[in-house]
Write a protein that binds this ligand. Structure first.
Ligand SMILES: [Zn+2]
Length: 88
């Protein structure tokens, strides 16, 4: 008998719809919240701003013009945001 894996936890599609509607009505100021502690299991990189090992991958977005997937990295120490192209 094969083991079945639990379905991956994924954000519900309604979240995306609500978000895009919000974007239409009023542009939210950047981000709702910024992590201020390293999540368990995080593999932080060195922050280009404060130099501490606290830069973690955070959100993904796709650039509408270039179709490039961009990963926003955030420093949990100084809250610096860094956007890098994400290899697919
Ligand atoms: Zn920093």
């Amino acid at each position: 008998m094969e083991k079945t894996f639990p379905p991956p936890a994924s954000p519900s599609p309604s979240c995306v719809l609500i978000t895009s509607r919000c974007y239409d009505r009023r542009m939210p100021a950047k981000v709702p919240w910024i992590p201020s502690v390293l999540p368990p299991g995080a593999r932080p990189e060195r922050c280009p701003s404060c130099g501490r090992m606290a830069l973690i991958p955070w959100t993904l977005r796709r650039d509408n013009d270039t179709k490039v997937v961009l990963r926003t990295w955030v420093c949990t120490e100084c809250q610096t945001l860094v956007e890098r192209p994400e290899p697919e």
